[in-house]
Ligand binder design. Structure first.
Ligand code: NAD
Length: 333
C-alpha cells in the first residue's frame, strides 16, 4: 500500500518535502492545499496532480468527500497548525504536522483530542527520528555503550535574515528561535539522554529588540534535569551561525555530532570512532517510515506521534515561563 499525501503550504519546506517524496516507494504526493493558484498550477504540472485533488484554505474541509487522499501534511507557519490539523482530522484524514506541532501545550492537547475523536493518526515532522547516525547513537546508548548518562549539550541556531518574514512575527510564529530551532535541542536532549526531563530553568537574552520584537525570542539558554541525575545545557538562537552541535557524555563514553540536526549529512564520532551510517535524504526516509506507521501501525524507535510533540510543547511552555520568572520549574511529562 502507498500513503497518498496532500501537502498543505507550498513554501520552502513544502517544496523540499515534495522533492524528497519523489524517491519514496510507500508515500506519494497526490494532492495540494494552497492559497496561491499560481503555485497550484506549477505543482500540478510538475507532479501530475489531478485538479479534483487541489484545495485552498477555505474549502479543504471538502477533503472528507475525497477517497483518493489518505493524509494531509501541514507545512504552514506555526500559528496555523492547530486549526489546520483539527480541520484535516475532521475531514477524516491522517495528519502529519510540521514542528512545532502547536504554539503551546493546550493547543497540542486539543489537536491530539481532535485526531483521536476522528480516529485518525497525528504525526509530527521530526525527521531526525529516522536519521541513521542519530539512531546509531541512540542504539549505542540503549546497549549501554556510554554507561550512565551524565550530560547533554545541544546548541541550535542560525542568524536569521529578512526582518519581515513570518518567523519574526509573533502572530504567525508563536515565538522566536525556541519554537523554530531550539526545539531540536529540546527534542534532542530527550532522545539522546533517553529519559523525560523533570525540571527546567531558562534565561533569555536579546541584543536586538528592534528585529526581535516582544514575544519573539532571539537567544535562550536552558537547562534540563533528568530523573537519573543527568543534566542538559542548551542554547537556542536566531543570532549566531555555525551552531548545530550535540554532545552526549556518559560514564563510559561520549558522542558528539556536528552537524547534528541540519539537512545532512549528519557527522560525528563517539569514543569508539566515527559515525559511518550512509546519508539518506531525511525527508525521504521520514515519509517512507511514516507511511508504514500510518498504514501498517509500525512503531518507530523514537516516537513521532502527537504525544511526542506535546511533550516538547510542555517544555517550551515551561522554558518561556522560567525566562519570565527566573524560577527553576518542575516538569510533569
Ligand atoms: P515558508 O515561509 O517557506 O512557507 C510557508 C508557506 O505557508 C508559504 O507557502 C505560505 O504561502 C503559506 N501560508 C499559508 N498561509 C499563510 C499565512 N497566513 N501567512 C503566511 N504564510 C502562509 O516556511 P517554511 O520554512 O516552509 O516553514 C513552514 C513550516 O515548516 C514551519 O512550521 C516550520 O517550522 C516547518 N519547517 C520544518 C523544517 C524541518 O526540518 N522539519 C524545516 C523548515 C521548516
Amino acid at each position: 500500500p502507498v500513503l497518498r499525501v496532500a501537502i498543505m503550504g507550498l513554501g520552502g519546506y513544502g517544496t523540499r518535502v515534495a522533492r524528497a517524496m519523489e524517491a519514496c516507494k510507500k508515500a506519494k504526493l497526490v494532492g495540494l492545499i494552497s492559497g496561491t493558484p499560481a503555485k497550484i498550477k506549477d505543482w500540478r504540472s510538475k507532479y501530475q496532480i489531478p485538479e479534483k485533488n487541489c484545495y485552498n484554505y477555505e474549502n479543504f474541509d471538502e477533503l472528507k468527500d475525497n477517497p483518493d487522499i489518505d493524509a494531509v501534511y501541514v507545512i504552514t507557519p506555526n500559528a496555523l497548525h492547530h486549526d489546520q490539523v483539527i480541520r484535516a482530522a475532521k475531514a477524516g484524514k491522517h495528519v502529519i504536522c510540521e514542528k512545532p506541532m502547536g504554539l503551546n501545550a493546550q493547543e497540542g492537547e486539543e489537536m491530539i483530542r481532535a485526531c483521536n475523536e476522528a480516529n485518525v493518526k497525528l504525526l509530527v515532522g521530526y525527521r531526525m527520528h529516522f536519521e541513521p547516525n542519530t539512531l546509531e547513537v541512540v542504539h549505542m546508548r540503549e546497549k549501554g555503550d556510554f554507561g550512565k548518562i551524565h550530560f547533554f549539550q545541544g546548541q541550535c541556531g542560525f542568524r536569521i535574515g529578512d526582518p519581515n518574514q513570518w518567523r519574526l512575527d509573533k502572530a504567525l510564529a508563536g515565538g522566536g528561535s525556541l519554537v523554530d530551532i531550539g526545539i531540536y535541542a529540546i527534542n534532542g536532549a530527550r532522545y539522546m539522554v533517553g529519559e523525560e526531563p523533570i525540571w527546567v530553568a531558562a534565561q533569555e537574552t536579546k541584543t536586538d529588540p528592534v528585529k526581535f520584537r516582544e514575544g519573539v525570542d532571539e537567544t535562550i539558554l536552558f537547562q534540563l534535569g533528568f530523573p537519573r541525575g543527568a543534566v542538559a545545557s542548551c542554547l537556542s538562537t536566531y543570532n549566531m551561525n555555525h551552531l548545530d552541535r550535540f554532545f552526549l557524555n556518559g560514564e563510559k563514553g561520549f558522542a558528539e555530532m556536528q552537524p547534528s540536526t541540519g539537512y545532512g549529512p549528519i557527522e560525528g564520532r563517539t569514543h569508539k570512532g566515527k559515525l559511518t551510517q550512509p546519508h539518506v535524504t531525511h525527508q525521504t526516509l521520514q515519509m517512507e517510515e511514516m507511511a508504514s506507521i500510518i498504514l501498517q501501525g509500525k512503531k518507530s524507535v523514537i516516537p513521532v506521534d502527537g504525544e511526542e510533540g506535546l511533550k516538547d510543547l510542555k517544555i517550551i511552555d515551561a522554558i518561556y515561563k522560567s525566562c519570565k520568572s527566573g524560577d527553576k520549574l518542575n516538569l510533569n511529562l
